[in-house]
Design a protein around this ligand. Structure first.
Ligand code: MIG
Length: 818
């Protein structure tokens, strides 16, 4: 607990950014080696490498020697040939101009070594930046364009735009309520995106030690202060926000396609205490017809909190339990913490110790810290052998039929010590380049998830693993999904997830979610209902609650709340084809699934600060109610027409509207012009070969607004990695509208996954009148007649919907005369 002593009058609250620093200049020499250039200054040096056409690496250090040779790399994925990229150098009286590819030129001022990236026309594509050195630490200052926004920076509290905030990249287990002035949480993703009127660039600092980003201290500047290591900056050019995110994830990687079950609804609690309770829970979901794909086992499943064990009394037959649950379509995801109990009878401890796999201090002694199992030791995931060994420990789970692992406490969190983490002088092996914990801290969680992901992949022989992690660093998306840790059952925390999730998305983490209902503190039925409405539209959909709080499964608060949860979870299952297509896209491009409106409407200033609405993909706009006893809220709709998902009412965008949303209603809008695939709801996921598929086309408006739309549907078995060998389908669906006609259709872009299709239809929503002709197809008098028929159409006057039943073919298209 903090007291007011914190702000005693004689106390010192010195910030790093107050420390004295000097800029690197003036330039004294320019040295070029194959692929890189060092500009040596009086107080520091820059090393420039053109990594990709649109990504320039500018590393800074106090001395040129520190920059020679191979530099350490943590999250960045560098192409092999990066170092052979040639940089051409031009010198003027006051500047050094470097050009290494693409349209960009790096202009370095000789006087202070400040630099700016300009485009082909000579306009700045990135503002002026300056590196500084001070007593043993480095700093970067970047100019901000007045009126610009700052996005990204990973998992942070507060609102969408980070201007005026300050964050410290230092992975921390923060159990205290997450509030706006919290500078660190579990994840550290040092990527800052500067955005101004639709033009953006990013600066990614690849350094897993402590870094502070201060967007507060100086107006229209940000400062980045490093405690250890090099100032290893990657400037990622835009200009579009989407370019920036795609390029940043080219640099730090993208997620692999998760198994479909991990996209279903997941139920968790700290803890479901016994095998009996878990089975009962699963049966209740089924009895109540509430879809569910996964149940989590929190720490109580273990014997004395020893990892890779099951408590023989509480879980006497885990294998049987897992098999029974699998029959019901439910997967089990056990928690795995990094702390290994120090116990001479515990084989994991004994073996790890023998082989030297645990973290050691400089003097060679094994680091010990207290966590759940009591005094514990911690694997050194920076050592590839130790990591592999850790991965191998998961064999017990894999053999039981488990494919999902939940990594917690991996900041790492250590109890009852001053740092709340490992001693800073622990020396990580780091594959032959030993590094102190102080300098490597933020990598620990990522390295654990990487070891887990890779281990599970080896063990599952072709089945896709799922890893969920609390802690991580840039690039974590390659190995794990992220949940936002110990939030509370506060309305404020429900609201806080929106900007947090959107900024995680900007920072490359597409697969994220919050504990639905809130973790600590007891939820209420109303809060659970509202949070669920938002949660089914977040990429990860998991309800989780803390020890000793009220149980918060969907049925715990009476029938009204239960019905609301059922309705929304079922909606998520109907939308799986839509969601899965965006997971596929994220795996290919790195673009987020949960999106800030600014990503899609970068020219629209109204979107820049929107922290309480988000998009799921391009077509769904979600504007949850996040206050108690509230049934109205303002919603901003960007340009175009938007349909209220529930009532079908059409709203013209480019303005705010007031929406009425009683407890069972989530304000939810679909973009006019959207093509949205839906399947039928089910109790759990199966394959992603959608047997029943309806492609909804939402017309652009009542007046025949012209335009064309596209949606690429993706199908595969949803479980294995055979899609990598081409076992998948891609269906490009399209719609072209003019005032008098509508051309609808699809074509197969790829066919490699065979599965039966029972039912395929197109539905044109909100078509104001019955069309005169539908591709010469047969017109039916009623829905029943159409159902019995082979192919044809029927127009529903009441709902203003055209329903088209079609035969599957490689391509299909139909011209509708309105
Ligand atoms: O609070 O394993 O964030 O989800 O239930 C201490 C018990 C440890 C923290 C995680 C939370 C989990 C809990 N863990």
């Amino acid at each position: 607990m903090l007291t007011s002593e914190m702000i005693r009058p004689d106390g010192e609250l010195a910030r790093r950014s107050d420390r004295e620093v000097e800029h690197f200049g003036p330039a004294r020499a320019v040295v070029s080696e194959s692929g890189w250039t060092i500009i040596e200054g009086r107080h520091g040096s820059l090393r420039v490498q053109w990594i990709y056409e649109d990504i320039v690496r500018i590393t800074g250090a106090a001395s040129a020697e520190a920059l020679a040779g191979t530099l350490p790399v943590y999250a960045a994925l560098l192409p092999d040939e990066s170092c052979s990229n040639r940089i051409s150098i031009e010198e003027t009286e006051d500047r050094i101009l470097l050009h290494g590819g693409g349209n960009w030129t790096l202009q370095v001022n000789k006087s202070d070594l400040s630099f700016v990236l300009t485009d082909a026309a000579g306009h700045p594509a990135m503002n002026l930046h300056r590196y500084y050195s001070g007593e043993g630490h480095l700093q970067c200052r970047g100019e901000m364009t007045p009126g610009a926004q700052i996005y990204g920076l990973g998992e942070t509290t507060g609102y969408l735009d980070k201007r005026g905030e300050r964050y410290t990249m230092w992975n921390s287990d923060v159990y205290s309520p997450h509030v706006a002035d919290m500078e660190s949480l579990y994840q550290s993703i040092p990527v800052l995106i500067h955005h101004h009127l639709g033009k953006a660039y990013a600066l990614f600092v690849d350094n897993p030690g402590q870094i502070q980003f201060d967007m507060r201290k100086e107006r229209d500047k940000y400062r980045i202060d490093l405690e250890t290591g090099l100032l290893d900056g990657y400037f990622v050019a835009g200009p579009a926000l989407k370019d920036v995110v795609q390029r940043y994830t080219l640099l730090t990687g993208r997620m692999e396609l998760p198994p479909l079950w991990a996209i279903g609804y997941q139920q968790s609690r700290y803890s479901y205490m016994t095998q009996q309770e878990v089975l009962e829970l699963a049966r209740t979901f089924r009895a109540k017809g509430i879809p569910c794909d996964a149940i989590y086992l929190d720490i109580h499943y273990m014997e004395d909190f020893k990892v890779f064990t099951f408590d023989p009394v509480r879980f006497p037959d885990p294998k049987g339990m897992i098999a029974e649950l699998k029959e019901m379509g439910i997967r089990v995801v056990p928690i795995v913490d990094p702390g290994v109990k120090m116990d001479a009878r515990f084989p994991v401890y004994v073996e790890g110790l023998e082989k030297g796999y645990f973290c050691r201090k400089e003097d060679g002694s094994v680091f010990q810290g207290e966590v759940w199992p009591g005094i514990s030791v911690f694997p050194d995931f920076s050592d590839p052998e130790a990591a592999k060994w850790w991965g191998e420990q998961h064999r017990v789970y894999a053999e039981m039929g488990i494919a999902g692992i939940w990594n917690d406490m991996n900041e790492p969190s250590v109890f009852a010590c001053e740092t709340h983490t490992m001693d800073l002088d622990v020396l990580h092996q780091n594959d032959g380049r030993p590094i102190s914990h102080e300098a490597w801290h933020n990598m620990y969680g990522l390295a654990m998830s990487k070891a887990t992901h890779e281990g599970m992949k080896r063990l599952l022989s072709g089945e896709r693993p799922f890893v969920l992690t609390r802690s991580g660093y840039a690039g974590i998306q390659r190995f794990a999904a992220v949940w936002t840790g110990d939030n509370r059952s506060y309305w404020e925390h429900m609201a806080m997830f929106m900007p947090m999730g959107m900024n995680l998305g900007f920072s490359g983490v597409a697969f994220c979610g919050s504990d639905i209902g809130g973790f600590e503190h007891s939820t209420s039925g109303e809060l659970l209902a509202r949070w669920m409405q938002m949660g089914v539209f977040s990429p990860l959909c998991r309800n989780h609650s803390a020890y000793k709080t009220l149980y918060q499964e969907p049925w715990r608060f009476g029938s009204e709340v239960e019905e609301i949860c059922r309705k929304y979870i079922r909606l998520r299952y109907r939308l799986l084809p839509y969601l899965y297509a965006y997971f596929r896209e994220a795996s290919l491009t790195g673009l987020p699934i949960m999106r800030s409106l600014a990503l899609e409407y970068p020219e629209d200033r109204e979107t820049y600060q929107l922290s309480d609405q988000f998009l799921l993909g391009q077509d769904f706009l979600i504007a949850p109610i996040y206050r108690p006893s509230t049934a109205h809220r303002a919603v901003y709709l960007p340009e175009g027409n938007w349909y209220d998902y529930w009532t079908g009412e059409r709203h013209e965008g480019g303005k705010h509207i007031l929406v009425h949303a009683p407890l069972d209603t989530l304000p939810l809008f679909v973009r006019g012009g959207a093509i949205v695939p839906e399947t039928v709801e089910a109790q759990h996921t199966a394959t992603a070969g959608w047997q029943n598929l309806t492609l909804y086309y939402y017309v652009r408006g009542d007046d025949g607004e012209p335009g064309s739309s596209e949606f690429t549907l993706y199908e595969d078995d949803g479980a294995s990695d055979r899609y990598k060998q081409g076992e998948y389908n891609e269906l490009r669906c399209f719609a072209e509208e003019t005032k008098i006609s509508l051309r609808l259709g699809y074509e197969e872009l790829h066919r490699g996954y065979d599965h039966p299709r029972e039912n395929l239809r197109f539905v044109v929503k909100h078509l104001p009148r019955e069309p005169q002709d539908v591709g010469g197809l047969q017109r039916y008098e009623s829905l029943e007649a159409l159902e019995d028929g082979v192919a044809g159409w029927w127009y529903d006057h009441e709902r203003r919907e055209l329903i088209l039943k079609i035969h599957e073919a490689q391509r299909w298209e139909c011209a509708i005369v309105k």
